[in-house]
Design a protein around this ligand. Structure first.
Ligand code: ATP
Ligand code: MG
Length: 278
């Protein structure tokens, strides 16, 4: 049995952690709120510019006989690029807004709305997102991604922002781990790989994400869901990713997370979520 002093110490530490988390929550809600407005401006002005571009193109069409063929082709190319760029600004801006709204909902203690969602499409999208974020950070580094999605999985009732955040957290960790390993092992003998699979057995959905990176010790596995537990250098990790993922998968979706890992060889995270059909 613990001595009263030790218990007191544990309680004090817990309290300190809760305080830290509460102030972090307030801070992120404040930031989220402040970012929302300028982001809305970005999205709305991009939508407006898209319309203006359409008007401009109509004027060009009306005057096409006054412009030489080569110039016309160039203008067409530029207009097509501008259109695509503006679509991208809107698309990514809206994604950022969704994330921010998720943060605001969490910090207000509300849960997002359950909507029928295509699990494979979400996993696919967030695997891409993590991959491209990693590529943007480490330009000369590449990962082979192997994906295996079972066909015809019915739509499940989930909060898509929550579920996608869980996938992104696990994927970010996997990308970081294979990158970290690539920095310390012989590059010729190491091929960074992440395998993703999504399966459905009529009762639950199983998402597995396996990387052949650094792997985890028993000690790391023991603490992985604790708030602020990180083995990454300052500035690389806050140690909240898996705590949030645990909250989403276990507390909100009533599922479980299984971890299988061998130090220096691999880490595999398997999410098993009971299927709630629409
Ligand atoms: N795929 C993985 N391979 C090896 N270690 C991992 C993996 N995923 C998580 N870990 C370990 O678990 C720790 C906690 O992960 P978690 O995602 O909670 O925090 P983080 O990645 O350090 O920071 P962040 O808050 O930015 O996610 C990591 O620091 C790392 O030591
Ligand atoms: Mg993480």
């Amino acid at each position: 049995m613990e001595t009263p002093n030790l218990e007191m110490e544990t309680l004090k530490q817990l309290l300190k952690q809760q305080e830290k988390l509460a102030s972090l929550g307030l801070l992120s809600a404040g930031i989220a709120h402040e970012i929302q407005n300028p982001l809305n401006f970005v999205i709305n002005f991009s939508k407006m510019s898209y319309k203006l571009l359409k008007d401009l193109y109509e004027v060009l069409e009306e005057n096409k006989d006054k412009i030489g063929e080569a110039d016309r082709e160039e203008i067409d190319d530029i207009v097509a690029d501008l259109r695509e760029n503006m679509n991208k600004i809107v698309e990514h801006g809206e994604r950022a807004i969704n994330t921010i709204q998720g943060i605001l909902l969490i910090s207000r203690g509300k849960e997002g709305e359950l909507i029928p969602s295509d699990i494979c499409a979400i996993v696919k999208e967030y695997v891409r997102l993590a991959y491209h974020a990693m590529r943007a950070k480490h330009k000369n580094f590449n990962i082979s991604i192997h994906e295996d999605y079972q066909l015809n999985i019915p739509q499940l009732m989930i909060v898509p922002q929550d579920f996608s955040r869980a996938i992104l957290n696990i994927m970010n960790n996997a990308c970081y781990s294979v990158w970290e390993k690539s920095q310390i092992v012989n590059s010729e003998s190491y091929s960074p790989t992440i395998e993703i699979s999504v399966k459905y057995d009529g009762q639950s959905i199983t998402v597995a994400i396996k990387d052949n990176g650094m792997g985890m010790s028993e000690e790391v596995k023991k603490h992985i869901y604790e708030n602020f537990f990180t083995t990454k250098p300052i500035g690389e990790g806050t140690g909240l990713g898996m705590a949030i993922t645990h909250d989403i998968i276990v507390n909100r979706l009533h599922g479980e997370i299984q971890i299988d890992s061998k130090v220096g060889e691999y880490a595999c995270f398997t999410l098993i979520i009971p299927a709630k059909l629409k």
